[in-house]
Write a new protein. Structure first.
Length: 388
């Protein structure tokens, strides 16, 4: 089923970001949701669909129902979706299907956690270590950074990506975060800072790794017909696709080829567009190697040349293809699933022309890619300013 031109995003909102010990994970979600509802020109009673992800800091099994209760809404369509960092784009996919089928009119998509202040360092490490295979990975101390480091080593060996190019990814996103009024990180960094930061798991250093923030984000999906009744400018879903290749890295088909190529092709095909038509890219960046891999798998750069795009400045605002103009998970915010959701929010703001100092000139089409696990689950969305 093609969803091209059948769903639009009509409201976006993000919570305050940083270290916010006075706010709970539910409170961050509620703040972001309230701002998204207002941005759309809606009222809470109009929300009849709710999708959320997961939380390490809130002790609830049925998080969607709990969040609905907290927000004071009674949706007729609701679920909690767990696809790791790909959850937000997967939720966009589900929300588009819901409004297209008539299951809901206005679907609120929410995610967020107080991961910086609501969980201890030891508990956070334990939770993240559980991502590894319980028999073949976790017992040997293979945490998430180590698993991504294995990928980085393999990719560097096969395609020639360098540490300096990976450092350029961190610098690029930090420069963009400096232009965002709500970004977590506000201190400029250089490539030397990245290369000189503490080694976490070779070749990944501290500044190659994403943040831990308190943050929440939300957006609202509806039909084009219902959007005509609202005062906001809708952003169109032109194409979307998923690919789920494995769960544990020890079962991955490859350490250098992943599902982004497949999900990207599905999205391009649905949209009737190609990589050359994209004006900006929002790429999941839990570690600096990841957006390089995604850029190449999505056809935005030839194999082995994604890192050079960051190093040359082509991925900066004003460059050939700006990437993560909000600062990404490396510098804007990361708190569980909300890291990827912020990419959708930024794409909407760019396509609306509301990105202020980081605005990409002539932004008509944006590609957003989320990945979960260790490059396990992939979802690619193409958003456009106008109906295609």
């Amino acid at each position: 089923m093609s969803l091209r031109n059948k769903a639009v995003i009509v409201g976006v909102g993000e919570s305050d970001i940083g270290k916010l010990p006075h706010m709970s994970g539910l409170g961050l979600n509620a703040q972001a949701a309230s701002r998204a509802i207002a941005n759309a020109g809606l009222t809470p009673d109009k929300i009849d669909g709710l999708l959320t992800a997961y939380s390490f800091t809130e002790p609830y099994f049925m998080l969607g129902s709990v969040l609905a209760e907290y927000l004071g809404i009674s949706p007729t369509y609701s679920s909690s979706i767990v696809a790791g960092g790909a959850s937000p784009t997967v939720m966009l996919h589900h929300a588009a299907q819901a409004v297209n089928s008539g299951a809901a009119k206005y679907v609120l998509v929410c995610a967020g956690e107080n991961r910086a202040t609501g969980i201890s360092r030891d508990d956070a490490v334990s939770a993240l270590a559980a991502v590894g295979h319980p028999y073949f990975e976790a017992p040997y101390g293979l945490g998430i950074p180590s698993l991504y480091a294995l990928v980085a080593k393999a990719y560097m060996a096969k395609y020639g990506t360098t540490r300096e190019q990976m450092a350029a990814v961190a610098v690029n996103t930090r420069n963009h975060a400096l232009l965002h009024p709500n970004a977590h990180m506000k201190k400029p960094i250089t490539a030397d800072d990245v290369l000189g930061s503490k080694v976490i798991s070779d070749p990944l250093h501290m500044l190659d790794c994403c943040l831990i923030s308190d943050a929440g984000g939300a957006f609202i999906v509806t039909t084009p017909e219902l959007a005509e009744e609202l005062p906001c400018e809708p952003v169109w879903l032109a194409g979307i696709g998923e690919a789920h290749t494995h769960e544990h890295l020890t079962s991955a088909p490859s350490l250098t080829e992943f599902g982004a190529a497949q999900s990207g092709q599905l999205a391009y095909s649905m949209a009737g567009l190609g990589p050359q038509d994209m004006n900006l890219a929002m790429l999941y960046d839990c570690f600096t190697i990841v957006p390089i891999i995604e850029m190449e798998e999505l056809g935005l750069a030839p194999r082995g040349e994604g890192g050079a795009m960051f190093a040359s400045g082509d991925a900066a605002v004003g460059g050939r293809l700006p990437v993560n103009t909000h600062g990404g998970m490396l510098s804007h915010a990361h708190a569980g699933a909300v890291g990827g959701l912020m990419a959708i929010i930024e794409a909407v703001r760019q396509l609306r022309g509301n990105a202020d100092k980081r605005q990409v000139t002539g932004a008509e089409a944006a590609i957003v890619h989320g990945e979960g696990g260790v490059l396990s689950s992939h979802c690619t969305a193409i958003l456009t300013k106008q109906k295609r």
